[in-house]
Design a protein around this ligand. Structure first.
Ligand SMILES: [Zn+2]
Length: 227
């Protein structure tokens, strides 16, 4: 194995998976998904379908107990409702703190777990799909360029300089990620981003709004809404 991809089954990480497969070939890539006590399992189901689509090796990790005390609105354990408004509107009320759908240090935990698994499988790179929209304002600080650079250094040093973190979209916005994914023929109809777990995406949570806008910017409707 050459590369491990943090893979949630959403738009960004699926595009990231396609990027790694294009570079290394499907047999050299390991896709890693993690359950963390989400209110629904739709994204994990999507991840399985997409892994099957590509024929890539897929590993699932259950990190739920770590978030047992969190009140993040994405989690089953939380009584908070998922906000039905844009990130820009949410950030007006957070006083510089992350949004309520920020899972505490999730990317830090995922990347550290991924580093252990990557080393055990002989990988030299971890891919993850952070992009500039996610770190806009203070929404998701563990998607920021500064965080990415710091954890890359930590993992590189902590692995004895064997492993680096690659965030190919860190300087791109979500519309640019989708543009790249369309070039790579990513099966976006199989992806799931919505924070709610309905039969169809809700269309009004922050991530539904963001992905619909990203597809619109590329002149197409969100394929997940047309399935
Ligand atoms: Zn939604």
């Amino acid at each position: 194995m050459k590369a491990l991809v943090l893979f949630s089954g959403g738009v960004d990480s699926t595009t990231c998976l396609a990027e790694a497969i294009k570079k290394y070939g499907v047999r050299e890539v390991l896709a890693l998904s993690a359950g963390y006590g989400q209110k629904h399992t739709k994204e994990l189901e999507s991840a399985r379908k997409i892994a099957h689509h590509y024929g890539v090796k897929h590993m699932e990790l259950d990190l739920t107990p770590i978030f047992a005390d969190s009140n993040c609105s994405l989690l089953k354990a939380s009584d908070e409702d998922i906000p039905h408004e844009s990130y820009a509107d949410q950030l007006k009320k957070t006083d510089g703190k992350p949004v309520s759908t920020y899972v505490p240090f999730r990317n830090g935990l995922f990347l550290a777990s991924a580093a252990s698994i990557a080393l055990s499988n002989g990988c030299s790179e971890i891919y993850y799909g952070a992009h500039s929209d996610d770190s806009a304002g203070s929404a998701y600080p563990d998607c920021s360029e500064a965080f990415n650079s710091a954890i890359n250094t930590a993992i590189y040093l902590g692995s004895g300089k064997q492993l680096k973190v690659t965030a190919p979209f860190i300087g791109m916005n979500k519309a640019q990620v989708v543009a790249r994914g369309l070039e790579l023929d990513v099966p976006y109809d199989l992806t799931w981003s919505c924070y709610e777990g309905g039969d169809k995406p809700c269309g009004v949570c922050g991530t539904c709004r963001d992905r619909a806008a990203a597809f619109r910017a590329n002149g197409i409707n969100d394929p997940a809404l047309e399935v």
